[in-house]
Design a protein around this ligand. Structure first.
Ligand SMILES: C[S@@+](CC[C@H](N)C(=O)[O-])C[C@H]1O[C@@H](n2cnc3c(N)ncnc32)[C@H](O)[C@@H]1O
Length: 242
């Protein structure tokens, strides 16, 4: 039997294992690769996500699919009174986050291994939640959104930052050229895994557009669901209140 090439997204039931293994292979170079392929702009997008969260002082925030902790540390730099719990199912990514935590200092962060589709928390646990560049990677969006809403206190906000589909055809064509052509090349060289940086752009292909994802937020029970386009819509911030 022929093996499926690593860059081809696997069937849904294998997707979680595929994604976990892929991030394990690139964990140690993930931060460096991100800064290069986004030309450093990803930091600004994360700051916009945090502004949209409007977390009150002292709030307990979950950063879901936290990876190496980028959003966690941005949250704590923005407001050191926050208590932030980072959750990810890839232990090597969490190991990077914990190592950074020792270096960054300040604020209260903890990192927990867990699957965002079955979070290890009681109902109504958090005052807010964030997720960055991960909704494309979950095996199923709708159960994920319902699970996130379950762990939020009533009225608490969820903000999701991710790649999206630019509405302007000319801009989308330019961006696609970069995303599907240049990113696998540069990402492959810097991270050492061409397969990972071929899969990552392709994960956008079957992802809903911005309006579609907003409607999924609403269907999962989030109130006031909406989105903000960044980079002409190539990036989007979605939000909703539990
Ligand atoms: C592209 S990285 C994003 C990391 C971080 N949020 C950031 O902004 O840099 C995606 C992360 O999602 C995690 N992930 C994907 N699916 C997951 C799931 N079902 N449960 C928990 N973590 C998941 C991966 O392990 C990976 O660390």
């Amino acid at each position: 039997m022929n093996a499926i090439p690593a860059a081809v997204p696997p069937p849904k039931n294998d997707k979680s294992a595929f994604v976990r293994d892929m991030f394990a292979t690139i964990a140690s170079r993930y931060d460096k690769t991100n800064r290069i392929i986004s030309a450093g702009m990803d930091e600004g997008w994360r700051r916009r996500a945090i502004a949209l969260l409007r977390a009150p002082h002292g709030a307990h925030i979950a950063d879901l699919c936290c990876g190496t902790g980028d959003i966690v540390f941005h949250l704590l730099r923005t407001d050191p009174t926050l208590h932030v719990t980072g959750v990810d199912f890839c232990e090597p990514m969490l190991a990077q986050a914990r190592a950074r935590s020792a270096r960054e200092g300040g604020g209260t962060a903890e990192f927990i291994e867990g699957d965002v589709m079955a979070l290890p928390f009681a109902d109504n646990s958090f005052d807010g939640a964030t997720m960055g560049f991960a909704m494309r990677n979950v095996a199923e969006i709708d159960p994920t959104l319902r699970e996130i809403r379950r762990v939020l206190k009533p009225g608490a906000r969820f903000v999701n930052l991710d790649m999206s589909k630019a509405p302007n055809a000319a801009w989308k064509a330019c961006f696609d050229l970069y995303f599907y052509g240049v990113v696998p090349l540069i990402g492959g060289i810097v991270s050492g895994s061409r397969a990972a940086y071929t899969y990552l752009p392709n994960s956008l292909t079957h992802h809903p557009d911005a309006e579609g994802l907003r409607d999924r937020f609403t269907a999962a029970g989030f109130a006031n669901a909406g989105f903000v386009r960044l980079m002409g819509g190539a990036i989007a911030l979605h939000y909703g209140d539990a």
